[in-house]
Design a protein around this ligand. Structure first.
Ligand SMILES: Nc1ncnc2c1ncn2[C@@H]1O[C@H](COP(=O)(O)OP(=O)(O)OP(=O)(O)O)[C@@H](O)[C@H]1O
Ligand SMILES: [Mg+2]
Length: 237
């Protein structure tokens, strides 16, 4: 049964019509990737799901219940956690305070201490303010803040952006660990290799419309898709 269903959503920023009837269906426990070029509508799709930029029409259901018109806090409290593309680590709060805040908003959080085990690099930075962290460190806090909530659905918007390759490897293992605990994942990436390593299935979005969906193997075999929609291969190779 699908745990998250996005049905024909139309999302705008003011008068700017960005999503033109996006539909997605994600089964419990699946890892699904949403791929597309810069400006294709990946972040807007994530923001629509979590209530940050609610769609003007269409519907989003989670665990069989309509969540389209709930507030971001209500949606978060139902078990959906987003790692936003722009990280949103609170600059004047310490790493520990950022994690505790997320922890306190969740129904069934993990202990904050577990996050330092998952991300040992954050341990010595507990009392550092968000504003004093490197981009990669902020990204780790953003991921840890989502994971501490023990989400049922983890939404990650380009989580590898700005991470050193060795940290990307760590993150891949961390995501695998949470997937083994039956978390459902929706992941957008420009780093298609990271997405292809983790996901079973993918959607390709272009100018606010889904132009392809299929298994990761099907996407990987289609050079035309990779070249046209993902800037992979072809002239960029
Ligand atoms: N706050 C905003 N106000 C107006 N237009 C916006 C806003 N945010 C995004 N857009 C526009 O909406 C479209 C989709 O943007 P979106 O951020 O969803 O793309 P994306 O696929 O996440 O791109 P990227 O890979 O660069 O993160 C783009 O044309 C973008 O310019
Ligand atoms: Mg984006």
């Amino acid at each position: 049964m699908s745990v998250l269903t996005v049905e024909d959503i139309q999302t705008y920023y003011g008068n700017s019509h960005v999503l033109h009837g996006v539909s997605l269906e994600i089964e419990a426990g699946e890892v699904v990737t949403l791929l597309g070029r810069n400006g294709a509508g990946k972040t807007t799709t994530m923001r629509s799901i979590v209530g940050a930029t609610p769609p003007r029409s269409g519907s989003i259901t989670y665990a069989g219940e309509e969540i389209t018109d709930l507030t971001p806090d209500e949606i978060n409290a139902r078990g959906l956690s987003l790692v936003p593309e722009d990280r949103r680590v609170f600059p004047t709060l310490s790493v520990q305070e950022n994690l505790v805040l997320a922890h306190n908003l969740a129904r069934d959080p993990r202990p904050v201490e577990e996050m330092y085990e998952l991300f040992p690099a954050l341990d010595p930075l507990r009392s550092n303010n968000g504003r004093n962290l490197s981009g990669g460190e902020q990204q780790m806090v953003a991921v840890a803040r989502a994971l501490v909530q023990r989400p049922d659905v983890l939404l990650m918007d380009e989580p590898t952006e700005g991470l050193a390759p060795v940290i990307v490897d760590d993150l891949r293992e961390i995501v695998r660990t949470v997937v083994d605990e039956d978390v459902t994942v929706l992941l957008t990436e420009q780093n298609v290799d990271f997405a292809f390593d983790l996901a079973e299935r993918g959607y390709i979005i272009d100018t606010g419309e889904i132009v392809f969906d299929g298994t990761v193997e099907e996407i990987q075999e289609r050079d035309d898709l990779l070249e046209t929609y993902l800037s992979v291969g072809g002239v960029d190779a």
